[in-house]
Design a protein around this ligand. Structure first.
Ligand code: WTA
Length: 649
């Protein structure tokens, strides 16, 4: 049990640092500060050394090309293939019979693929795509449930050099359409449906609406997962099982330049249009390979489970590319933690003897609320290391996780990073870093971060500011697909020479980073990034809505929940039915994760005299705080009217 400190504390730091549990450091990949020292001495030599752990067909000529910032290049002229590094190299090293992927479906069906078997599947799908005319550089959209075929499709893209764009299965067909159009995908890989809490959610039939409006799409490959019915389109739709039945089992990996694009992943920003974050090949793989190895302390016999969906960056980097490039056994689960019962995750840990478990604070807070009886029923003794990602973890949830899941015997790595960073940036090393519950602790070796004030000056310890990255890192995004200007403006304009993360943070006297969350108009709902503007655009897209303002209200489990303030057009009146309709409309435009939890109708939004919407005031209203002086508003009456217009949940 961690002890509370008695003396005065800075900010949220309340606990004595916890040392790694007895015995952990002895077998850890890193158990002293030598990696930090090495990186400090010569950062580029450190990363070059790490790159040596991968297989390159041509060695790079220069580690970092920083001639034209912010367009950095890593491992210039190096050549490699990601699927080769994730599959072939392990087979050559005698790990062909080791399990690469272990899958369990929601209904308890289970399959595992060894490295040799996974390579065969990947080669077959590469051949299938090749026959369909997919070439190096072509974009392929993957919209699938959490099933092994999704990972086979991703790896097959990397084998060919096609650029995958995985769209989260929970996004709506409308959101899928925008992403297919933006990436100009020729091929879409999807499934007939997905299993969700005992029900079947149709995917292929739902996608038709999107596909009809996507002229670039030539072929659609469909995995039969649920037996859902749909109307196949002749000449365009193909069954995964048919293609795989005929496909050859060998496919030589295509040689890819380190700076060739590897994937696009769309993420929310501060405008209505999602950003197509573009990652390239060599630096990305070096970054995720290295961080996986040291942060998750990769041991040969680990069974590693990251509960993210492959539709998010966490799924890309730490279900697929990090674990597989290290030859780990990566467990994937199709369903949710509470179906058929609230001990589902603990049941899986017991059954598969999971040793490393990586999940999100929002899930941990739910587990906490459900109660200890669920984990207590199960044998969790296989666990040796826990991880957290996606949002700040409050010390209370951290301690619950530490004591009830890790039995005070497993370090927790609280990992801070972003879709843009590609790899973990701020994190403990579990055999080295004394842990402070609620702090993501130190930068990973070779990463340089800081907290700065408005003018870009380092803040003093204990002083809040903005989190920046001070020098390029290998897995950094290279640009925003089709929008370099937005890339420059969003990340590189605030502080010349530094990457702006969009997060607020402070550092304590021991150099630990404490992340406070987004400082821009991006919400973090259950660890998912959602732009307020995206939700606002979806609302004003509805016939009834004249104007909308969306804020994040602090929520016990989700971190933030979405609250919308809506002014209606003439002829419409706020009602519970209309609120439901608007929520459904947002669900249709973006997906269920973006549905507002609450809607307030009002004849006007609170604006300053210069016409700026006062979001702070809206947050105060939603969180039922005292409002203080509202006389500076253009229309001081509006606050009372908003309160009356509240429709509840
Ligand atoms: C937040 C997810 C505090 C942060 C990998 C960041 C975190 C955004 C942490 C990126 C953490 C992620 N502590 N905050 N350990 N991890 N965040 O792109 O606000 O989905 O900017 O990447 O999540 O979300 P994204």
């Amino acid at each position: 049990m961690a002890k509370r400190k008695d003396d005065d504390v800075v900010g949220e730091e309340h606990y004595e640092p916890l040392q790694p549990p007895a015995g952990f450091a002895e077998t850890a990949r890193a158990n002293d500060k030598s990696l930090f020292q090495e990186a400090e001495k010569d950062r580029l030599a450190f990363w070059a050394g790490m790159a040596e752990n991968l297989q390159w067909s041509d060695k790079w000529e220069r580690v970092l090309d920083d001639d034209n910032p912010p367009y950095y290049k890593w491992f210039v002229n190096g050549k490699l293939n990601v699927s080769e590094n994730c599959l072939d190299v392990h087979i050559e090293n005698g790990l062909g019979n080791k399990k690469a992927l272990i899958f369990e479906g929601e209904e308890g069906d289970s399959v595992s693929l060894t490295y040799s078997e996974l390579l065969t599947e990947v080669c077959k799908f590469s051949n299938a795509m090749d026959k369909l005319g997919v070439k190096k550089g072509d974009a392929v959209t993957i919209w699938m449930p959490m099933i092994p075929e999704a990972i086979v499709a991703m790896l097959a893209c990397t084998r060919i050099g096609a650029v995958h764009s995985v769209v989260f299965g929970g996004f709506s067909p409308d959101a899928l359409k925008d992403r297919i159009l933006d990436s100009e995908s020729k091929l879409v890989v999807t499934a007939d449906g997905a299993n969700r809490r005992g029900k079947v959610i149709p995917m292929r039939s739902a996608a038709e609406e999107a596909l009809e409006e996507c002229p670039s799409v030539e072929k659609v490959v469909i995995v039969n997962r649920t037996g859902s019915s749909y109307e196949p389109k002749k000449g365009r739709d193909l069954l995964w099982s048919d293609l795989m039945a005929d496909a050859e089992t060998d496919f030589a990996p295509v040689t890819i330049d380190a700076e060739d694009p590897l994937f696009i992943l769309y993420s929310s920003g501060t405008t209505g249009k999602p950003k197509g974050i573009l990652h390239s090949t060599g630096g990305y793989l070096v970054g995720v390979h290295t961080t996986f190895r040291y942060v998750f302390d990769h041991h040969e016999d680990d069974i590693y489970w990251c509960t993210a969906d492959i539709g998010w960056i966490t799924g890309h980097s730490y279900i697929v590319y990090g674990p597989l490039s290290n030859g780990s056994s990566s467990f994937i689960y199709e369903g949710t933690p509470d179906y058929p019962a609230r001990d589902r995750f603990w049941e899986l840990i017991e059954k598969y003897k999971i040793s490393v478990f990586y999940t999100a604070p929002t899930a941990i807070r739910s587990f906490m609320r459900w109660g200890n009886q669920y984990p207590n029923k199960r044998d969790l003794s296989s666990l040796r290391l826990l991880g957290s990602v996606g949002e700040p973890i409050n010390p209370e949830a951290w301690l619950w996780y530490y004591e009830n899941i890790g039995k005070s015997n497993c370090p927790i790595v609280d990992t801070w990073w972003q879709t843009e960073t590609g790899m973990i940036m701020i994190t403990p090393l579990p055999g080295v870093t004394p842990l402070k519950p609620g702090s993501a602790s130190w930068t990973f070796p070779g990463v340089e971060a800081d907290v700065v004030d408005d003018r870009g000056k380092s803040t003093k310890s204990g002083q809040r500011g903005f989190l920046v990255i001070k020098s390029p890192w290998p897995a950094m995004l290279r640009t925003l697909h089709g929008d370099p200007e937005r890339f420059e403006n969003t990340y590189w304009q605030q502080y010349p020479g530094m990457y702006f993360t969009g997060d607020g943070a402070w550092k304590d006297q021991d150099g630990y980073f404490w992340i406070m969350g987004r400082v821009d108009d991006v919400l973090n709902v259950s660890g998912h990034r959602i732009g307020t503007m995206e939700v606002e655009s979806a609302l004003v897209d509805h016939d009834s809505t004249a104007e909308a303002a969306v804020i994040g209200k602090v929520h016990e489990i989700k971190g933030h929940s979405i609250t919308a303030f809506v002014t209606l057009k003439e002829g419409y009146e706020g009602s519970e039915e209309l609120a439901q309709e608007l929520k459904a409309h947002v669900g249709k435009k973006i997906g269920a994760i973006a549905r507002p939890e609450e809607i307030y109708f009002t004849y006007e939004l609170p604006k300053t005299r210069s016409g700026k919407i006062m979001r702070r005031l809206l947050r105060d209203i939603a969180e039922q705080r005292d409002l203080g002086d509202v006389t500076t508003l253009m229309d001081p009456q509006v606050v009372a009217a908003i309160k009356e217009g509240y429709t509840g949940k």
